[in-house]
Design a protein around this ligand. Structure first.
Ligand code: FAD
Length: 378
């Protein structure tokens, strides 16, 4: 009989770990604080990125034993606006990303993972928030605070299919705004890295922008907000707890595309438990290069300014965007240089001030030191 495994958090990271373990005969219990999966989301569209590694992301998920039977639309074409209003088309020969829905609704990524886990006998205990936990567990509790903020709206529209993005600090400071429409359902958001207090104003400005530029008409619109948290530390195993997904700070520093890293880290953590291999070694081999490259990318992106965004947008439009992005997620000498600079530059806004002792049992506690760098500890 395999020993039982406890997982805290039923997001993509926790459920991927649960599915992998259950497939190998481990009894798995997942504790989830909400009454259903996907509660943090609003049945909004997100992009499962397909550029940070050479293999197609759906092939990668299948290799983990996951069935991509959720609503999942390949997106190869889109439009990108520059700060001076130029509209550029983006065309990739491969899907740049897959549009998926996140939340408790039918067809969402979250519901699909829940169903797959439960079919394998995983027990998901809802409405149970776990703050303290003795002994071993996998912690997949998602972000603890906001290093990045999204202010968005979901809606219905007469448009059929749109994928649009804009780089402009007056709409999304140091970030971007996106519009995704599929079969008359849409999501628009401003993704901010600065000036969080004015998120409502940025949301409204983005709505005006897309309405004017793309003739977007909305009905049944609902506002939503969300946040993300990134940091990287040397060890993701503390006091018997293994950290995965955004609870481990595994996020795309450049633009916040964290789903792929969440699921990959869940799979890796489960495999390490099954095979008795070292999780720190494995995530460093399979996640760290792209994460570090994304940190360097963020450092560089923030230095572009409005004119630089235009140059980047035109470059993405002239060439295959997913190829260019893929190139920028490879670990190289220049990425090493810039991630080193970035590491000194960024300090995560999220600090766990209350709990810094050696043997704490807090599931969320990262025992982060004051001034802990957002960058990489080697
Ligand atoms: C608005 C928005 C848009 C985004 N867009 C994209 C995108 O386009 N592409 C992309 O790749 N990523 C995107 N992301 C990021 C992506 O959603 C996350 O990186 C991903 O969901 C992280 O997965 P996770 O499993 O680590 O955490 P989560 O999805 O946050 O799941 C954590 C789970 O743990 C539960 N939990 C937390 N604390 C406890 C506790 N103490 N006890 C019990 N349960 C607990 C939570 O309720 C939750 O269900 C977006 C995020 C936001 C907010």
């Amino acid at each position: 009989m395999k020993h039982p495994v406890t997982i805290v958090g039923a997001g993509p990271a926790g459920l991927t770990a649960a599915i992998t373990l259950a497939r190998r005969g481990y009894p798995v219990t997942v504790w989830e604080q909400h009454s259903d999966v996907g509660f943090r989301f609003h049945n909004d569209f997100q992009g499962l990125e397909n550029w940070s590694s050479d293999s197609d992301v759906l092939t990668e998920l299948r290799s983990y034993g996951l069935q991509p039977d959720f609503e999942c639309v390949p997106v190869s074409n889109g439009v990108l606006f520059t700060p001076d209003g130029e509209e550029l088309s983006l065309v990739s020969s491969q899907p740049a990303f897959y549009l998926v829905s996140r939340g408790s609704g039918g067809g969402s990524l979250d519901q699909s993972l829940r169903r797959q886990a439960e079919q394998l006998g995983v027990e998901i205990v809802f409405n149970r928030r776990i703050d303290k936990l003795e002994g071993q567990a996998i912690v997949a509790t998602g972000p603890k605070g906001a290093d990045i903020l999204a202010a968005g709206v979901t809606f219905e529209t007469s448009h059929d299919h749109v994928a649009a993005m804009v780089f402009d600090d007056t709409l999304a400071p140091k970030g971007y705004a996106y519009l995704l429409v599929h079969n008359g359902k849409g999501t628009m958001a401003s993704v901010l890295y600065r000036d969080f207090h004015n998120s409502d104003a940025y949301r409204n400005a983005c709505l005006d922008f897309f309405s004017e530029r793309l003739g977007l008409n909305l009905s049944d619109s609902r506002r939503f907000g969300g946040f993300g948290n990134f940091f990287l530390r040397g060890s993701q195993v503390r006091n018997g707890k293994t950290y995965i997904g955004e609870a481990a700070g595994f996020q795309d520093f450049l633009w916040g595309f964290g789903m792929r890293y969440a699921m990959r880290s869940g799979y890796i953590a489960a495999q390490c438990l099954i095979n008795g291999t070292d999780y720190n070694e494995q995530w460093k081999a399979h996640l760290r290069p792209a994460l570090r490259a994304s940190l360097a990318n963020r450092f560089l992106f923030e230095r572009l300014g409005q004119r630089g965004y235009g140059v980047l947008a035109r470059r993405l439009s002239r060439h295959e965007p997913s190829r260019i992005l893929n190139h920028h997620y490879q670990w190289s000498f220049s990425k090493r240089l810039f991630s080193g600079m970035a590491r000194r530059h960024y300090v995560s806004k999220v600090k766990d001030r209350e709990c810094t002792h050696e043997d704490c049992t807090c599931v969320w506690c990262r025992c982060v030191r004051e001034g802990h760098a957002m960058g990489i500890e080697d």
